[in-house]
Design a protein around this ligand. Structure first.
Ligand code: 5GP
Length: 236
């Protein structure tokens, strides 16, 4: 598969065209940002870890019946994926209070919910990804009502699969962000990435944070946390 011109560069990945109009190559960078780009840095080896871990998760999810954009890993940092138009919604599932939920509702982190929550934010950096509900998404033509229903049931299914999987690695899946895409034939598939950049992952025994919060909150041991997650994921 020939890597052709760059189509897009995001905060953590670049996307390249290929000779097949339905396939693109994503190339993961070590660059890290937080707080809507206000905090910038680099996490050595993150691109490799996020690429390999995302592909591992996507393959696990495919086996459980969740369609994803994954096609084939090409190198440590590069993966061939289906070309999609990204639905401009960040879909966030939470099992335990943390982050913006704890802040918004004035509660401590670590409250275990009886059932998972779902929320959407509008993918728009200029606006700082504002929280939105399904009616807002339909009004803005970000997705149709049917697409939102599909996305919701896929997101909860992803949560069930991932919660169980991380539990087997002695890791608590606190919350995570998903993005979905639409293929040329209009099918909704899971896209973007699933990595310590996009999930909150706590060690089950020590409750130690093994995710991007170490970078966001200047906790130190950032690279080590990513490596620890990679070790547990790949050791299985
Ligand atoms: P919160 O809303 O508490 O900041 O984030 C909830 C979850 O979604 C966390 O696991 C966080 O990593 C993920 N998340 C939310 N927004 C973003 C984003 O813009 N980029 C990334 N990488 N993850 C996000």
């Amino acid at each position: 598969m020939e890597k052709k011109e760059q189509l897009y560069e995001g905060k953590a990945k670049k996307v390249f065209a290929t000779d097949d109009p339905n396939l693109v190559i994503v190339d993961y960078k070590d660059d890290a940002t937080a707080f809507n780009g206000l905090k910038k840095g680099s996490i050595a080896g993150k691109g490799v870890i996020n690429n390999v871990m995302s592909n591992h998760m996507f393959q696990l999810l495919e086996k459980q019946g969740v369609p994803t954009h994954f096609v084939e890993q090409l190198s440590e940092r590069e993966t061939l994926v289906k070309k999609v138009s990204i639905v401009p919604l960040e879909v966030i599932i939470r099992n335990i209070s943390a982050g913006s939920f704890a802040k918004r509702f004035g509660v401590e982190e670590g409250i275990v919910f009886d059932e998972p929550t779902i929320e959407f934010s509008y993918k728009n950096d200029d606006l700082g990804d504002p929280l939105m509900n399904a009616y807002h998404a339909v009004a803005l033509k970000a997705a149709t009502r049917e697409e939102i229903e599909t996305i919701k049931s896929m997101a909860f299914k992803v949560n069930e699969v991932m919660k169980q999987y991380f539990d087997s690695l002695n890791v608590i899946l606190v919350d995570f962000k998903l993005e979905f895409g639409k293929t040329a034939d209009g099918k909704i598939v899971l896209a973007d990435e699933i990595s310590p950049d996009t999930c909150r992952l706590w060690d089950k025994t020590t409750k130690e944070k093994l995710d991007k919060d170490r970078f966001r909150r200047d906790l130190g041991g950032v690279e080590e946390a990513y490596q620890e997650i990679m070790k547990r994921v790949m050791g299985k």
